[in-house]
Design a protein around this ligand. Structure first.
Ligand SMILES: [Zn+2]
Length: 287
């Protein structure tokens, strides 16, 4: 009797494993090609799943833009979080009239981290360069030139010579980087050409170090870096009016998808959140 129960349990488990492993047909990925949608079609309708190609959490916004001869058989998940180890079921569509053709389309956008993340207000950030001389702030929070979007409102630009070492302002894991571009200029069309390193902190927020020089990354994705460690070299790539480092801390947000957060830099002159543009900042310690 007991062995029969075990066989039955194993059979059920295998069946559910098999059902879980049933792969959907790839439909389309989001603009960054990290989160992708798969579909499983049956005679009853379509089930849509989201998958991710990254280890760390990705927050996703999903919306149908077209439903032809289809109806939502259960509530579609419009905001959700997906990780590489999981597959999230986001929608179930039912064919209304089996004798007619059906079609659907959707919009998908995703960002780094989890929507539920909260920035640790007590976290202290180093100025992101090991320069002991005063460094000029060329643009600060709410700067009109380019710090006017939700993801950059609390960003600070430090005027640094190309090739100046850049250090981790706070410890964390390198989640993304790009360092193969040598294009830059004072026009938004250069925005996609910025080299950068993104480091996720233990509270789930992440810091962005932008406009690095070509080949200017000293770290690899997945590597843990300590506060103060050199991670790369500054440059002038992307949307930039001159050599500088754009530094920003961000989190995922349901309202804006990505939002920058106000942080506290530790400087020689005390704690500073948004140093005044045109003014100079000093590191607390040399090195
Ligand atoms: Zn900037």
């Amino acid at each position: 009797m007991r062995s029969k129960t075990i066989i039955l349990l194993v059979a059920l488990c295998c069946f559910s494993c098999f059902a879980e492993a049933k792969k959907g047909k790839p439909v389309r990925c989001g603009p960054s090609n990290i989160v992708c949608i798969e579909a499983i079609e049956t005679n009853k309708g379509i089930r849509l799943y989201a998958t991710s190609r990254r280890k760390y959490p990705r927050s996703v916004r999903f919306e149908f833009t077209k439903l032809k001869n289809l109806e939502e058989a259960r509530h579609t998940k419009e905001h959700f979080v997906v990780q590489r180890s999981s597959r999230v079921r986001i929608a179930r569509l039912k064919v209304k009239d089996q004798s007619r053709s059906w079609d659907y389309d959707f919009k998908i956008r995703s960002t780094y981290g989890d929507f539920a993340v909260r920035h640790n207000r007590h976290a202290r950030y180093d100025l992101p360069f090991p320069v002991t001389a005063p460094v000029k702030v060329s643009q600060s929070c709410y700067g009109r030139f380019s710090h006017n979007r939700p993801g950059s409102k609390h960003a600070v630009d430090f005027q640094l010579e190309q090739g100046t070492p850049v250090i981790a302002a706070r410890s964390g894991v390198v989640i993304e980087l790009k360092d193969n571009s040598d294009k830059g200029g004072p026009h938004p069309k250069y925005r996609p050409h910025a080299n950068y390193i993104l480091i996720m902190h233990d509270d789930g927020t992440y810091a962005g170090y932008f406009h690095l020089k070509k080949g200017g990354s000293k770290v690899k994705r997945g590597r843990y870096v300590n506060q103060g460690e050199v991670i790369g070299y500054s440059g002038n790539t992307g949307y930039s009016s001159g050599p500088h480092l754009h530094f920003v801390v961000r989190k995922a947000s349901i309202k804006n998808l990505t939002e920058s957060v106000k942080i506290k830099f530790e400087t020689k002159d005390g704690i500073v959140s948004c140093p005044k543009p045109g003014h100079f900042v000093n590191r607390m310690y040399g090195g």
